[in-house]
Each structure stands twice: as C-alpha cells, then as structure tokens.
Design a protein around this ligand. Structure first.
Ligand code: HEC
Length: 170
C-alpha cells in the first residue's frame, strides 16, 4: 500500500466513521415514531382499487350563474349589453336621457343616472315599466314594452342602478 493509498483509505474510513456517528446521533434527536405505525396491517392485495379522484369543481363563471340562481341573480354586464341594444336610443348610453331618439320625445326619457330621482323608485316599479310599458304606470306610451325576458329585465335594472349618481344603496 502506497502512502497515497493509505491517505485515501484513512480519509474514506474517517468519512465513513463521521457519517456513521452523525447517522447514529440523529434518531436520538428525532422523535421516535409510534410503534403502532410499524404494526399497521398492510392493505390486502385483493382490495378494490381506490375510487377515482372527484372531478374538479366546475369553474365559476360570473357571466353564467348556476341555473338555480339565474332567476334571481342579476348580471350587470349582460344588463349593460341589453341596455345599449334596447334602451340607449332613447335613454342614452350612460342613462343621461340623451339618446338620438330622445329629441323627438315629449315627455323626455327619464335620466337613469339621476340618483336623486331614480334611487327612491323600487325595482318592482322599474320591472313593471320595462315589462308592460310606461302606460302601465301612467307614464308615456313612448316607453314601450320591448319584449325582454324577466331575466333580461332584472339585468337591465341592475345596470341602471349602477349608473346612479349619487350611488344607489339597496
Ligand atoms: C322609444 C324610446 C324609449 C326606449 C327605447 C326606452 N325608453 Fe324608457 N322611457 C322612455 C320615455 C319617453 C320615458 C318617460 C316616460 C314619462 O316620463 O312619462 C321612459 C321612462 C322609463 C322609465 C321610468 C322612469 C320614471 O320616470 O318613472 C324606466 C324605468 C325606463 N324608461 C326604462 C327603460 C329601459 C330599461 C329601456 C330598455 C329596455 C327603455 N326604457 C327603453 C322612452 C324610451
């Protein structure tokens, strides 16, 4: 054995001893695992396969509320789209009452962004006006029933409420 070999060997032995000592020291520091865990019975080999993981919960999409709540939950975004389509020609895109058709009307379309006027009025009242027309509440027949679904009407009312200044407090 050459001197170099001896050095390498003693280094290796020393390292091994150090590792051994370190390895032996460790369990006394770590908590002893409970004995019962070691005796836990192994699962029988003929056990039924584990059930497949539950399917992931459907992603929540604010634009499409679940059907149970669809009847009551208003969708402001959808309401805005319908408002631009059906109402803005008279009431204006921002509810200012300044749509292109408004000039020809008398009385003028209501200003839906006027919180002082609109906030005290109820959703039920708006629903009636929008569903059955202005004449149904003694208002101008120029405010015509436009054939929106109940859901669309709820959405549009929610959008109208969002325009109010001062803001609408339900
Ligand atoms: C053809 C024009 C026209 C269109 C389109 C129209 N409106 Fe009107 N709307 C009017 C006029 C005019 C009045 C005012 C009636 C009055 O003061 O007698 C009115 C009044 C109202 C009122 C009653 C406010 C109040 O003073 O009590 C509500 C609510 C309303 N509109 C909502 C809507 C919504 C929502 C839409 C769209 C779905 C719509 N309107 C579309 C002309 C229109």
């Amino acid at each position: 054995m050459t001197a170099i070999q001896r050095i390498i060997l003693s280094t290796a032995v020393g390292t091994a001893l150090a590792l051994f000592a370190f390895g032996c020291g460790e369990p006394s520091d770590a908590p002893t695992p409970p004995k019962t865990a070691e005796r836990a019975p192994a699962p029988p080999s003929n056990e039924a396969p584990a059930p497949p993981p539950a399917p992931p919960a459907p992603a929540k999409n604010p634009d499409t509320p679940p059907s149970e709540s669809a009847a009551v939950q208003a969708d402001v975004k959808a309401g805005k789209a319908d408002y631009q389509l059906y109402c803005a020609s008279c009431h204006g895109e921002t509810g200012e009452g300044d749509g292109p058709v408004a000039q020809a009307l008398n009385p003028k379309p209501a200003r839906h962004n006027d919180g002082a006027y609109m906030n005290p009025l109820t959703d039920d009242y708006f629903f009636k006006v929008i569903k059955f027309g202005g004449a149904s509440v003694g208002k101008s027949p120029m405010m015509a029933p436009l054939g929106l679904s109940d859901q669309q009407i709820h959405n549009v009312i929610a959008f109208m409420r969002s325009l109010a200044e001062p803001p609408y407090q339900p």
